[in-house]
Design a protein around this ligand. Structure first.
Ligand SMILES: Cc1ncc(C[n+]2csc(CCOP(=O)(O)OP(=O)(O)O)c2C)c(N)n1
Length: 688
C-alpha cells in the first residue's frame, strides 16, 4: 500500500475541520494585511481544498522536508503563497509564526512568491503562472523513472504522488497545454492537480477570456477529470483525491468551484480580492461574519494547532516506515541501495570522467553538436542518472543516448525523452526533474528556440538547478534556414541571466571539456551552445591548453610569437576561434603580434580572480572580439579598449559559409579590423 494511503488516519469532525480551515484563511488574511501587500483571495477560497489535501492525502514530514519518498506539493499559483506559508507553519515545518508576521519583508523566509531553498517545505519557486504545473509533470516523470530503475518485486522504494495546486492563470498559459499533453500521453497516473476554479482573474470574470471547457480539454489530453461543486466540502474533495490516487493510468485534474476571497462581505467573488490586502475594516467584517476573533491577529486556536501538528508524528511514522522498507531493500540489493543514495545526493560515480576522448585534427572538420553527441554516448552509460532528449529535434541536436530506450508509458526505464515540440514545457519539466533529485536532466533544441524556454531557464538559474541545455545551430553559420532560425541576441540574453553558465565551445576538444564542466556543476544550469557546421579540430599536441583552459571560461589558446606583450588580443568564441587563429598567423606576417584567447564562457571567465584575468587580458593591450552574435555585453569584460566583430541585425538565408562571409567573419576582415584598432590607437597616441 502506498504510504500516502496509510496516512489517512485521522479524520477531523466537521467543526474542527472548519476551525482548521479558518485558521489557514485568517493567517493568510492577516499576513497580507500586515504587509499591506499580497494576495488574500486565493488562500481564502482554496483553504478548504488545501486542507483536505494536507490533512487527508499528502505524505510529508515537517521535520524532514527532504525525505526522498515524500509526496511533492507545488503551489503553481505562487501568488497565493500566504496559504502555503500558513500550512507550513501550522503543520510544524521550521517556519515560526514570526516569519509569517514578516511576510514579504526584507530577509524573511516568507517572500512574495514561494522560493525554493528559502523556505523549508517549498518544493519549487513559482510565480510565473503555468511553470509550477509543468514542474509537477517533471517531478512525476522523475518519480516513475526512478521507480522503474530502483523498485524491485516486493520493494517499492520509490512510490509517491505529485500534487499541484493551479489557478485559472496557470491553465490559461499555453505551457499548461504543453505539459498537460505530455502528462496525459505518458500516463502519469500519480500526478494529481487541484484546480481553484474561482472564475476570477485580475481583470474580472473568466467570462472575459477563458470560456472553453477546461475539463473536456484535459480529458482530451488523456486525463482523469473530476469536479467538486462546493469548495468547502472537505469530505468530497478528500474523496476526489482518493479517486485520483486510485486512478493509476491517467493524471488527475480535480476542479473545485472555489470562491475567491471567501467570507469577505464586499470582496468575495470579485477581482478586488485578488491582489491587495482586504483593508482593516473588511478584515474586521470578514472575521466577525465567520465568528473569528477580530484581535489579536495571527490567532491560531489551540485545538486547530494540535490537530495540524499531528502531521509531525504522522510524517515521522511514514518516514520511519519507508526507512525500514528501504533497509529491507538494501539488504537484498545493497549495490542498488547505495546507487539510490548516490543519485539522490547528486554525487558523481568514481571515474565518470576518466579517459574522455581527445580528438585530433584528422577528425575534423567536426560540428560541435556532433562532438557533443559523442560525449552523450560516452557519458550516458557511465551516468545512468542522465535522462533527457529534445523538442523533436533529436537527429539534429544529437541528444540521444544509444541503447538507452525511449521514455514511454510502456517503458518508463527509457532515458531518451521525446518532449515533442514543446520547448517551454521541456524547460519546466527539466526543472521538475532536477528539483525531484535523482536525475541529471538535459534537453535540446535549436539555439534560437531557447527564446521559447527562457522562463524555465530563468527559474533554473534562480533555483540553482543542475539542468543542461544542448542548443545547436548556434549562429548565422547555420545557414539556409535564414533569419528566423539564426540566433543573434540569444548569447547575450542567456549570459545576462544571473547564475546561468553559457558555454560555446570552439571545437570537438573544447566540447569534451565543456561537457565535463556541465556534468560537474551541481549548482546551477549550463547552456551548451553548439554549431551545426563542421569546424576544424585543434590538435591537443599543438594546443595543449584546451582541457585545462575551458573550465576557466577563457584562456590563451595561442600566444603571440613575441616574448613580450602582444600588440593585440583576439578574443573569439565557438566557431569564430579558428578564424582568430588564422588571422593571428596572417597578422604575424604583417608584423602584428596577436594573442588568441578562446573564451567559451564569459560567465566562467568573469568569476575568475583579477590576477587570472589580468594574466589573460593584460591591462593596456587592445582587444578585438570576434563572435557571430550581438556585440552587446563585451565591454563589461574587457573595458573600453575593444572592438567587436559581431552582428547587430538579423541574419539571412544562404549557405552558412556565405552568410558568415557577408557579415564579416573572414580572416581578411579580422585582420583589417585588427589593423584598424591599432591605427586608431596610434592616432590617439600621436594626438595626445
Ligand atoms: C506568466 C505570468 N503572467 C502574469 C502574471 C501576473 N498574474 C499574477 S496572478 C494573475 C492571474 C490571476 O488569476 P488566477 O490565476 O485565476 O488567480 P486568482 O485570481 O484566483 O488568485 C496574473 C495575470 C504571472 N504571475 N505570471
Amino acid at each position: 500500500m502506498a504510504p500516502s494511503e496509510t496516512l489517512v488516519t485521522i479524520i477531523a469532525p466537521p467543526a474542527l475541520d472548519e476551525l482548521c480551515i479558518n485558521t489557514l484563511r485568517f493567517l493568510a488574511v492577516d499576513m497580507v494585511q500586515k504587509a499591506n501587500s499580497g494576495h488574500p483571495g486565493l488562500p481564502m477560497g482554496s483553504a478548504a481544498m488545501a486542507y483536505a489535501l494536507w490533512d487527508r492525502s499528502l505524505s510529508y514530514n515537517p521535520r524532514d522536508p527532504h525525505w526522498p519518498d515524500r509526496d511533492r506539493f507545488i503551489l503553481s499559483a505562487g501568488h497565493g503563497c500566504a496559504l502555503l506559508y500558513a500550512l507550513l507553519h501550522v503543520t510544524g515545518f521550521d517556519l515560526p509564526l514570526e516569519e509569517l508576521k514578516k511576510f514579504r519583508q526584507w530577509g524573511s523566509r516568507t517572500p512574495g512568491h514561494p522560493e525554493y531553498g528559502k523556505t523549508p517545505g517549498v518544493e519549487a519557486t513559482t510565480g510565473p503562472l503555468g511553470q509550477g504545473l509543468a514542474n509537477g509533470v517533471g517531478m512525476a516523470i522523475a518519480e516513475v523513472a526512478l521507480a522503474a530503475r530502483f523498485n524491485r518485486p516486493g520493494h517499492q522504494i520509490v512510490d509517491h504522488f505529485t500534487y499541484v495546486l493551479v489557478s485559472d492563470g496557470d491553465l490559461e498559459e499555453g505551457i499548461s497545454s504543453e505539459a498537460g499533453s505530455i502528462a496525459g500521453h505518458e500516463h502519469l497516473g500519480k500526478l494529481i492537480v487541484l484546480y481553484a476554479d474561482n472564475h476570477i482573474t485580475i481583470e474580472g470574470s473568466t467570462e472575459l477570456t477563458f470560456t472553453e471547457d477546461r475539463m473536456a480539454r484535459f480529458a482530451a489530453f488523456g486525463w482523469h477529470v473530476q469536479r467538486v461543486e462546493r469548495s468547502n466540502d472537505v469530505e468530497t474533495v478528500a474523496l476526489a483525491l482518493k479517486n485520483a490516487r486510485e486512478e493509476r493510468d491517467r493524471p488527475s485534474l480535480i476542479a473545485v468551484r472555489t470562491h475567491i476571497g471567501f467570507g469577505s462581505p464586499h470582496k468575495q467573488d470579485t477581482a478586488a480580492a485578488h491582489g491587495e490586502a482586504l483593508g482593516v475594516e473588511e478584515v474586521r467584517l470578514t472575521k466577525e461574519g465567520m465568528d473569528w476573533p477580530v484581535s489579536p491577529s495571527f490567532h491560531i486556536p489551540e485545538e486547530a494547532l494540535e490537530h495540524f501538528r499531528r502531521a509531525v508524528t504522522r510524517g515521522s511514522a511514514a518516514q520511519v516506515e519507508w526507512e525500514s522498507r528501504f533497509k529491507a531493500f538494501a539488504k537484498d540489493y545493497p549495490d542498488l541501495a547505495a546507487e539510490f543514495h548516490r543519485v539522490i545526493g547528486r554525487h558523481l560515480p568514481e571515474g565518470w570522467d576518466a579517459e574522455l576522448p581527445s580528438f585530433t585534427s584528422a577528425d575534423g572538420p567536426m560540428a560541435t553538436r556532433v562532438a557533443s553527441g559523442k560525449m552523450i554516448e560516452i557519458l550516458g552509460p557511465r551516468l545512468p542518472e542522465m535522462m533527457g532528449g529534445s523538442a523533436d529535434l533529436g537527429p539534429s541536436t544529437h541528444t540521444n543516448i544509444d541503447g538507452a530506450g525511449s521514455f514511454e508509458p510502456e517503458d518508463w526505464a527509457g532515458r531518451n525523452m521525446h518532449f515533442g515540440i514543446r520547448e517551454n514545457a521541456m524547460g519546466a519539466i527539466l526543472n521538475g526533474m532536477a528539483l525531484h533529485r535523482g536525475l541529471i536532466p538535459y534537453g535540446g533544441t535549436f539555439f534560437v528556440f531557447s527564446d521559447y524556454m527562457r522562463p524555465p531557464m530563468r527559474l533554473a538559474a534562480m533555483n540553482a538547478l543542475p539542468v543542461i541545455y544542448v542548443f545547436t545551430h548556434d549562429s548565422i553559420g547555420m545557414g539556409e534556414d535564414g533569419p528566423t532560425h539564426q540566433p543573434v541576441e540569444q548569447l547575450v540574453g542567456l549570459r545576462s541571466i544571473p547564475g546561468m553558465v553559457v558555454l560555446r565551445p570552439a571545437d570537438a576538444n573544447e566540447t569534451v571539456a565543456a561537457w565535463r564542466v556541465a556534468i560537474g556543476r551541481k549548482q546551477g544550469p549550463v547552456a551548451l551552445v553548439l554549431t551545426r557546421q563542421g569546424l576544424p579540430v585543434f590538435d591537443l599536441n599543438s594546443y595543449p591548453a584546451v582541457p585545462a583552459g575551458v573550465p576557466f571560461g577563457g584562456y590563451i589558446l595561442a600566444d603571440s610569437s613575441t616574448s613580450g606583450r602582444a600588440d593585440i588580443i583576439l578574443i573569439a568564441t565557438g566557431s569564430e576561434v579558428h578564424l582568430a587563429l588564422e588571422a593571428r598567423d596572417r597578422l604575424e606576417t604583417e608584423g602584428v603580434h596577436a594573442r588568441v584567447v578562446s573564451m567559451p564562457s564569459t560567465n566562467l571567465f568573469a568569476s575568475q580572480s583579477d590576477d587570472y584575468r589580468e594574466q589573460i587580458l593584460p591591462t593596456g593591450v587592445p582587444i578585438l572580439v570576434i563572435e557571430a552574435g550581438s556585440p552587446i555585453g563585451w565591454q563589461s569584460f574587457v573595458g573600453p579598449r575593444i572592438a567587436v566583430i559581431g552582428i547587430d541585425t538579423f541574419g539571412s538565408s544562404a549557405p552558412g559559409q556565405i552568410v558568415m562571409e557577408h557579415y564579416g567573419f573572414t580572416v581578411e576582415n579580422v585582420c583589417r579590423q585588427a589593423h584598424h584598432v591599432l591605427d586608431q590607437l596610434k592616432e590617439k597616441a600621436s594626438c595626445a
